[in-house]
Design a protein around this ligand. Structure first.
Ligand code: NDP
Ligand code: 8X3
Length: 259
């Protein structure tokens, strides 16, 4: 029997935009208790109100910077005052900063990517596992990327941290075998969110070019996959999913049409 999300506790990191915010709205529609973290609290407030309207059992938010151990621990201490157990954790917070070659790379960009995508995922998982280990059938979803599977020029650190995400997911799958926790990676290709705007530091012209001439994935496509992974029957673990828009045959091959 499929796992119902009704009244389940779901925590999504990076829920102030993109996949995380849409994931929160989807889990809310399924009747879950949704808990959200990100740095932009005013955005979280809006998403939480949307979740309540959408039918969430409850919606909660708190400031969270996954790049900081203290922030993660404060968040999870607060989370424990809401619930003693977690049914779904979506490690989604992250993104790319810059698209420089290694020769031109900036320390601040590298550090931001390692801190959020890699160490952030480790910190949040470490802090949340005690709420999941006695809860067979709970689901840990790590958001990876096509970039973790195939590298591209200008993507060294971003591709590297997303490749690391896959190794971490595999280690967790092994370490948690026998606990009943499902662990999997959800790897999107080109998707139109705020991702490119953040990568190109607010340069909208540059970021729009990424999606020009094709129909990219949208946040809803990934939110639906989160729901699907979390609602499989308890004996089914979706280890990995790669989702690309139809126009993206491979990371280096996209079909684009001129306007
Ligand atoms: P968005 O930029 O739209 O959303 C990113 C989210 O991550 C925001 O809510 C942001 O919140 C949060 N975030 C970033 N850094 C931190 C931090 N240090 N602490 C807490 N939250 C943080 O991008 P997407 O929705 O596209 O990205 C979500 C995930 O999907 C990322 O891991 C990204 O790498 C991955 N991905 C994206 C793809 C795409 O093409 N869009 C494809 C494949 C994977 P705030 O700034 O408020 O803290
Ligand atoms: C985002 C997808 O190809 O822009 O993870 O790196 S890509």
């Amino acid at each position: 029997m499929n796992t119902s999300l009704k009244d389940k506790w779901v925590f999504i990191t990076g829920a102030s935009a993109g996949f995380g915010a849409e994931g929160a709205r989807h889990f809310a529609r399924a009747g879950a208790n949704v808990v959200m973290g990100a740095r932009r609290v005013e955005r979280l407030e809006t998403v939480a109100a949307e979740c309540e309207q959408a039918g969430a059992a409850s919606a909660h938010f708190h400031e969270l910077d996954v790049a900081c151990t203290k922030s993660v621990n404060i968040f999870v201490d607060w989370l424990k005052t809401l619930t003693p157990k977690l049914d779904v954790l979506v490690n989604n917070a992250g993104g790319a900063h810059g698209a420089d070659t290694v020769a031109e790379g900036k320390d601040a960009d590298w550090e931001a990517m390692v801190q959020s995508n890699f160490l952030g995922l480790m910190r949040v998982t470490r802090a949340c596992l005690p709420l999941m280990v006695d809860n067979p059938g709970s689901t840990l979803i790590n958001i990876g990327s096509i970039a973790g599977r195939v590298a591209y020029e200008g993507g060294s650190v971003y591709c590297g941290v997303k490749a690391a995400e896959k190794s971490i997911t595999q280690s967790l799958r092994l370490e948690l075998n026998g606990t009943g926790i499902r662990v999997g990676t959800l790897d999107p290709g080109l998707a139109e969110t705020e991702f490119a705007l953040v990568r190109f530091k607010g340069d909208a012209a540059k970021s729009n070019k990424i999606y020009e001439g094709l129909d990219p994935l949208v946040a809803e496509d990934i939110a639906e996959a989160m729901i699907w992974m979390a609602t499989r029957p308890p004996h089914v673990c979706i280890d990995e999913i790669l989702i690309k828009c139809t126009a993206q045959a491979a990371i280096h091959k996209t079909h684009r049409v001129a306007d």
